[in-house]
Design a protein around this ligand. Structure first.
Ligand code: DX5
Ligand code: ZN
Length: 218
């Protein structure tokens, strides 16, 4: 099943809880919360206190994407604040295995992400410790960028590898996902679609979420 995770990076952040409720009512499966530290990426967004104060405003799964260096330092904090899926970048961890184990030990689903330039094979040794692999389809840092087509080859390669190993792990794509690019991403093997500008730029949120879910695979 295809799941849609709206990224609030593109919403009016002064009305964050309204925006989250709006996409919840519109049929979103989860909400994607982008955490940036100004070091791992050239932007600063939101952190633990914002996520904590949002927690009782929605029943949606919190899909937290950490774009911060040494994310190990904050795993407890983000899980206590309400993360249901916590994704760390392979390029940012001091000890990838320890980070993933800790996330799971604390009862959270573990995600591992790769930037466009990082080979997908680098996640293979950690697959058994992951609930989701996030293949970045743009350079992390900003919403509204165009999807980099070569990143979908990585999705394809990963889906084939998961099949070979008999692993049922979610593959999330993030960056430049729209009604136009969603079919290709799904064809490549992605089943969790993050979309920021496509959803928050649309007047009718239900229609765009439905379109992303159903956009033809053929
Ligand atoms: C970018 C973030 C994305 C971003 C996607 O670094 O990880 O989640 O919000 O935005 P769009 O869908 O506009 O490309
Ligand atoms: Zn993201």
């Amino acid at each position: 099943m295809i799941k849609v995770s709206p990224s609030v990076l593109s919403c009016d952040l002064s009305r964050l809880s309204d925006a989250v409720r709006e996409v919840e009512l519109a049929g979103a499966d989860m909400v994607h919360l982008d955490v940036m530290d100004g070091v791992f990426v050239n932007n600063i967004t939101l952190g633990i206190p914002v996520i904590r104060s949002l927690r009782d405003k929605t029943g949606l799964t919190f899909d937290v994407h950490l774009m911060i260096v040494s994310p190990e330092r904050y795993i407890d904090g983000f899980i206590e604040a309400g993360a249901d899926i916590l994704t760390v970048h392979i390029e940012a961890c001091e000890d990838v295995r320890a980070a993933l184990l800790k996330i799971r030990e604390l009862g959270c689903r573990a995600g591992l992400s790769v930037k466009p330039g990082t080979p997908i094979e680098s996640v293979y040794e950690y697959l058994e410790l992951c609930d989701m692999i996030l293949v970045m389809t743009v350079e992390p840092g900003f919403g509204g960028q165009a999807l980099i087509p070569a990143t979908l080859d990585k999705v394809k390669t990963l889906r084939a590898e998961l099949g070979k190993r008999g692993l049922d792990i979610d593959i999330q794509v993030d960056g430049g996902i729209s009604e136009r690019t969603a079919p290709e991403a799904k064809r490549a093997g992605a089943n969790v679609l993050v979309a920021g500008s496509a959803i928050f730029g649309a007047e009718d949120k239900s229609a765009i979420i439905k379109a992303l879910k159903t956009a033809n695979i053929e």
